[in-house]
Each structure stands twice: as structure tokens, then as C-alpha cells.
Ligand binder design. Structure first.
Ligand code: AMP
Length: 444
């Protein structure tokens, strides 16, 4: 069905009565379970002899959920539910802790990637021909090509610039009349900093909106980006395992609430400790079922992301359920410059080297727009007087290889790091602007 001129993109699907959508979701869910039940070893192990006809939206929560660990077990493509000849693209998660999580797309999956991201761009005010500056990273990461698909699907005009070289980005934004910026919030903040440092009035750029996501950000960050770039900044949520970007999105009129494209991604919200469904509006872990995905569908995938689900009155008439901003992670995954980092990976590198002690703390320096990461550890007594610079360089090199993002290493005096005697060790310290160095004398 085509949309009338001036109407929201994909109007019928976004505004359909909730009950009619639930009927469609149930039909899609049963078809999905029927399709994938025996199609891969992962789905066989998860779904056993479930009869698709017995599944309802109400009892879906009884199916055991799966997580990142389960997907990694079936690396690279053992979860595939279609013939390889149907594959058109492969992406992978941003973290590189050994094996990345691989996702694959059929032509139909790519169509959905485009359609759902087109909804986001339309909500931000893009339309045919609108110049969109896509500064998400292109490559295996889903951000760049995901938004790219949406821009093309909507008929807007892409500048596929990817990240970096901020001076050139600003020049092209001005010269090409860019109206919409798509990138991570930390990069948007870096562009705003560049404007301020070079005395460029944001009003001199035609930018009017930013579609920012892929990493956690706060209302404070939104305010400073909006002011620094002279735009409306809206949040977009997604993850590689579900498709990439385009799972949830705010509109300028519904800041703080992201519409979930629930005709494709059926959401649940559970207590991460008990697995019980939490009440509407209560924070829990988001779990998604990819209702219409073909190549690598997931049934009840635990995202590790904490947020709440609720229905709101959308002035534009969308009836999609909404999710709040992501308020935290159920596991300990960090996201540094868009790359997923598990503290356990840093630990593995440090603990593998006898020249440093087992005590360590990871400091995420969030004082500037681009967070940086430092591992603070202690030398084993015999190396305290040895070739320390060479040791640090070696560790940093190994960390970079393992994590896919740089992590500096500094040494405290032997015994200088705090030890936890009761309760869990606090391994990660976030250093916010205005705060003193968490380790005086070590970090500037
Ligand atoms: P990846 O699969 O590499 O794209 O990483 C997905 C993860 O990035 C999600 O599970 C979230 O933890 C995080 N993420 C994505 N979008 C957002 C967002 N808008 N706000 C906060 N975290 C986000």
C-alpha cells in the first residue's frame, strides 16, 4: 500500500489498531516457529517439539530465552534458516572478543532493514531528496549500511561519509546543505566541539535534525548536542543480532520514548534475575523475537539492555509500543566509541601476563565527547624496575588486537590499587567531567 502525499511513511503499518496488529503478530509468530523449529541446531535445541499452533503472545514467555553466548556457539552460520544461495549480505557485532556474532540477510531481510530505518528518517523529517549526512561507520558494523538502506528506501539523498575527518565533514555539510545528520551521539558531540573551537555558528549550517544511537547517552548529552549543532536530536536503537539499527526510534514529539517497530521485532521486558515479565512501565531486560526475519531469526533473544515498555498517545497517530531510553546493561558490557567491550576480555589480557599483578581497574574517561579507556594495574615486584615502557606498549598492543578499540595501560605502585574484601569488585570507574582523577598521579 502506498502512502498518500504528506502522510507518514508506512502509515498503515505504523498506525494500525493495536488489536489488529496483535492478530498479525500472532500469525507471524506461529509461522516463524513453524519455519525455524527444525531449520538449525540452535532452533532445534531451543524449541524442541513445540507445536506452533499452541503458541500465543501470552504464553511466548514460556519458551526458554537465548542470549549472545548461545549465538556464539553456533558461529559462524549454524543458525542459518535459509539456503546459503539466498544470502545477500553478512554483518557482525562491533565487539571483537574472539568470535564476533555474525548475522546474515536475505533480500527480504535487507528490505526490512531499509523499511524500518526509512520510518526513523521520516519521523526525523526526511523525505525524497533530503540531504542526509551518514557518519555512522560503514563496514561490518550495521550502523552505516543500516541507515544507508533507510535513506535509499525513503528516497532521501545519502552522503555516505562514515566517521572521522571532522573538518571535511563540516565543510561538506555546509556546501551540500545537509539537513539530517546520522551518527553516534559521541561523534555528534565531537562535531559540535569542532564548531565551537573554530567559532562556526551552528545556525550557519542547514542541519535541522540528528538521528543518534548505537551507544548509551543521556538527556544532558542530548541538550548539549542540540545546542552545539542547532538541531533536534532523536534517539535510535538497534543491535546486530536483531538486524542492526531501526528497531526503536524517537520522534521529535516523543522524546524519551522510542517507538518499537513491533510488527518486525516483538518486544518483551523481563526481570533479568528471575526471567518473569515485568509490568508495563517498569524497567527490565528487553527480549525480542524477530517475527519476520528470514536468514537468522531469533526467538526470545535477551539483549542485556535495560529499559521499560509502555504505550503512549502519539500526536501523529502511531500505535506502536514504545521503549524508554536504555538505562543500563544487565551484564557488564561496556560500549566504548561504539565498540562493545567486556571487562572480562581486558582481564584476560592482563592476567595472561606474569609481569603485572591480578589487581586492575578500568577507567572510562568520559570527560570529553569521545570516551577513552585506560586499564590501571600494578607491576609484579620483579618488573617494577625493569623496562616498563616496553611492557606497557606490549600490553596496549595486545589489548587493541583483542578488543578492536584502543585501551591505554598505566601502572600504580605495587599494592596501590584498592582491593575488594566484601561484595563484588568494582572493576569499572567512569570519570566524569568536574571530578578528580580516580587515581591521582597516574592519569591526567
Ligand atoms: P551492536 O550490535 O554492536 O550494534 O551493539 C548493540 C548494542 O548497542 C545494544 O545492545 C545496546 O547496548 C547499544 N545501543 C544501541 N543503540 C543504543 C541506544 N540508542 N542507546 C543506548 N544503547 C544503545
Amino acid at each position: 500500500m502506498t502512502d498518500a502525499p504528506g502522510q507518514m511513511f508506512d502509515h498503515a503499518a505504523q498506525t494500525m489498531p493495536v488489536e489488529a496488529r496483535r492478530e498479525q503478530q500472532l500469525a507471524d509468530l506461529r509461522a516463524l516457529i513453524g519455519r525455524v523449529k527444525d531449520a538449525s541446531p540452535q532452533h532445534r535445541a531451543q524449541l524442541g517439539d513445540i507445536d506452533p499452533g499452541d503458541i500465543t503472545l501470552e504464553n511466548l514467555h514460556q519458551i526458554p530465552a537465548v542470549g549472545k553466548k548461545d549465538l556464539r556457539e553456533y558461529y559462524p552460520l549454524e543458525m542459518l534458516c535459509v539456503d546459503k544461495s539466498e544470502l545477500r549480505r553478512i554483518h557482525a557485532t562491533s565487539g571483537t572478543s574472539g568470535r564476533p556474532t555474525i548475522v546474515a540477510y536475505t533480500e527480504g531481510d535487507l528490505e526490512v532493514l531499509g523499511r524500518t530505518n526509512a520510518r526513523v528518517l521520516d519521523a526525523a523529517g526526511a523525505g525524497p531528496g533530503t540531504p542526509v549526512h551518514n557518519a555512522y561507520g560503514y563496514g561490518l558494523f550495521t550502523g552505516g549500511l543500516g541507515l544507508h538502506a533507510g535513506i535509499e528506501h525513503l528516497g532521501a539523498c545519502t552522503l555516505p561519509i562514515s566517521g572521522g575527518m571532522t573538518e571535511r565533514q563540516v565543510l561538506l555539510m555546509r556546501d551540500l546543505g545537509t539537513e539530517i545528520l546520522t551518527c553516534t551521539p559521541s561523534y555528534a558531540a565531537a562535531i559540535a566541539d569542532y564548531l565551537a573551537q573554530h567559532d562556526i555558528d551552528p545556525a550557519s549550517l542547514p542541519l535541522r535534525a540528528g538521528i543518534l544511537g548505537a551507544e548509551p547517552w543521556s538527556e544532558g548529552m542530548r541538550e548539549s548536542i542540540e545546542k552545539g549543532l542547532g538541531i533536534t536530536a532523536i534517539d535510535i536503537f538497534g543491535m546486530c543480532e536483531l538486524q542492526g539499527p531501526g528497531v526503536g526510534f524517537e520522534t521529535p514529539a516523543t522524546k524519551g520514548q522510542m517507538f518499537v517497530n513491533e510488527d518486525y521485532f516483538y518486544p518483551e521486558c523481563i526481570d533479568p534475575a528471575t526471567g518473569e515479565t515485568v509490568a508495563e512501565g517498569e524497567v527490565g531486560e528487553l527480549v525480542f523475537t524477530t517475527l519476520r526475519k528470514e536468514a537468522v531469526p531469533v526467538v526470545r533473544y535477551r539483549t542485556g539492555d535495560l529499559a521499560s515498555l509502555q504505550r503512549i498517545d502519539d500526536p501523529a497517530g502511531r500505535t506502536l509500543i514504545t521503549m524508554s531510553r536504555i538505562v543500563g546493561r544487565a551484564d557488564d558490557m561496556l560500549i566504548v566509541r561504539g565498540v562493545n567491550v567486556f571487562p572480562s576480555e581486558i582481564e584476560a589480557v592482563l592476567l595472561d601476563d606474569d609481569r603485572v599483578s591480578t589487581a586492575y581497574t578500568i577507567v572510562i574517561d568520559e570527560r570529553g565527547p569521545m570516551p577513552s579507556m585506560t586499564a590501571v594495574t600494578e607491576p609484579a615486584p620483579e618488573v617494577a624496575t625493569g623496562d616498563v615502557p616496553a611492557l606497557l606498549r606490549e600490553l596496549e598492543h595486545r589489548l587493541r588486537d583483542r578488543l578492536g578499540v584502543s585501551c591505554s595501560v598505566v601502572l600504580a605502585e605495587p599494592g596501590g590499587l584498592p582491593r575488594t574484601e566484601i561484595g563484588k569488585a568494582v572493576r569499572v570507574k567512569r570519570w566524569k567531567s568536574g571530578e578528580d582523577s580516580p587515581f591521582p598521579g597516574l592519569l591526567r
